[in-house]
Design a protein around this ligand. Structure first.
Ligand code: HAM
Length: 445
């Protein structure tokens, strides 16, 4: 026998037992985003490599080592092959679409959300995959549309808090031993603050970098900001003593950050300012944030990340269009919800699995057509219906039906002739004949 073919490392199949929860999460996200006046955008999974090189940044881990990139064949001899990439994130793609479709010309603030797969060649582990899903949103527009306002930062953060609350993820607090979600926030300053800060970092790192791990030595040269979110234990004392970005913010950036914090206070959204939060993408300016959770994710505890990117549109050749957004790691959100459900089941016992309304069991192949025709009517009335297992053995049909459905609907020769089904409700054990035309209402009751 030929060897079986498996899904490639870092990718996985989601089977119906899992996708039910994924769909519930996506439905909830869509409902919440709609209340904040966001509309859905769908951009291609495949983009020009240059989009990420320019948008996310050549020196970032994502672009320098994690992208799935290849040279596509040229269509004609005169053409150069094009470098293509499976998107590692979706902010650059959304801003490309904003520029390409001249959304700027509307003069309006664009509030866009997306749900879809992203690809990064990372070392797979729990909560970290090579194909993963993000639920994200971006708010972008000309400055005259209010896109730069700290209100927009706070609104996005308050919306995230509302979504996590609605999904039933607790907020971290002393009452639950700080298990739950926590918002970490920082300002990385404007595009003029940052070079001054990076220069100060380089200067401070120069005399100490030889004592750091090889990764941090490399980052000290290529992208000193990345040193700040290093997890290397031995390097922490050096990192703690490095200059802080807060001391390099200009007055406008300081005021912006203070206004964001004040608005969050007014909305009752709890946060912790983390001066070391810089994040791994080069487009960020001013507000950056992460939501972490202490449940089910192990070391991959960043549930979502985001921030402001006031210069990204210009980096991609577009007009000035400040923006802010986030992306939730949907895989991680699901792991968190599963961990919560497991903890709840341990406290309260397993909940009974949800059952469909009816399982129709034809008693012989002669009733197959009638069974499917009846299923069509019941499904049309909005009921969830399965049609029998094809063995035509009564005992086996009862067992199969009891596992998945609240009722079994038996269709033999008599039932079809009389247009009456034999129906048994498993909860009460009651069995009776029901006319086809009243079946939907009986099953619904
Ligand atoms: P990011 O921090 O790179 O930001 O990713 C956002 C979230 O995606 C992470 O917090 C994590 O939950 C999830 N994630 C990232 N990599 C993986 C992976 N390999 N496996 C599973 N989940 C993963 C961005 O992507 C930005 N585009 C967010 C943004 C939107 N900023 C502004 N607007």
């Amino acid at each position: 026998m030929a060897q079986i073919i498996k899904a490639i490392r870092g990718t996985r199949d989601l089977l119906p037992a899992e996708t039910a929860l994924w769909n519930r999460v996506e439905r909830t996200a869509r409902e919440v985003f709609a209340r904040y006046n966001f509309g859905e955008i769908r951009t291609p999974v495949l983009e020009a490599t240059e989009l990420f090189a320019r948008g996310v940044g050549e020196e970032t881990d994502i672009v320098s080592k994690e992208m799935f990139t290849w040279e596509d064949r040229a269509r004609a001899a005169s053409e150069k092959p094009q470098s293509l990439t499976l998107r590692p994130e979706n902010t650059a793609g959304v801003v490309r679409a904003y520029i390409e479709h001249k959304l700027h010309d509307t003069g309006q603030l664009q509030k866009l959300y997306y749900i879809g797969p992203q690809f990064r060649r990372e070392r797979p582990q729990k909560g970290r995959y090579r194909q993963f899903f993000q639920i994200g949103a971006e708010v972008i527009g000309p400055a005259s549309s209010g896109s730069e306002s700290p209100l927009r930062d706070a609104e996005v953060l308050e919306m995230l808090a509302a979504l996590l609350d609605k999904l039933g993820i607790p907020r971290a607090s002393a009452a639950n031993e700080y298990k739950g979600w926590r918002l970490l926030l920082n300002s990385v300053g404007s595009s003029t603050d940052r070079p001054r800060y990076v220069a100060a970092l380089r200067e401070a790192l120069a005399p100490v970098k030889d004592r750091m791990c090889p990764d941090n030595q490399r980052r000290a040269d290529t992208n000193p900001l990345r040193v700040l979110d290093s997890k290397d234990e031995a390097d922490q004392a050096i990192i703690d003593a490095l200059p802080r970005i807060a001391d390099y913010l200009d007055d406008a950036s300081k005021q912006h950050f203070a206004d964001v914090l004040a608005t969050l206070d007014a909305c009752g959204v709890p946060y912790t300012v983390n001066p070391r939060l810089v994040r791994g993408l080069d487009y960020y300016t001013r507000t950056t944030f992460e939501f972490t959770v202490d449940l089910g994710l192990g070391t991959q505890n960043a549930l979502l990340g985001g921030g402001r990117y006031d210069g990204l549109s210009e980096m991609l050749g577009g007009p000035r269009a400040p923006g802010i957004g986030f992306a939730i790691g949907e895989d991680r959100l699901i792991l968190t919800l599963l961990a919560l459900a497991e903890a709840k089941a341990a406290d309260e016992g397993e909940p009974a699995p949800a059952k469909i309304d009816a399982y129709i069991a034809p008693l012989s192949p002669a009733q197959n057509a009638a069974a499917l025709a009846l299923a069509r009517i019941l499904r049309g009335a909005g009921l969830q219906v399965e049609v029998g297992d094809g063995t035509f053995r009564l005992k086996k049909s009862f067992d199969a039906a009891d596992r998945v459905a609240r009722h079994i609907v038996i269709l033999g020769e008599d039932e079809v002739t009389q247009q009456q089904a034999t129906v048994k409700a498993f909860a009460s054990g009651e069995q009776r004949k029901v006319e086809f035309h009243t079946l939907a209402s009986t099953l619904r009751a």
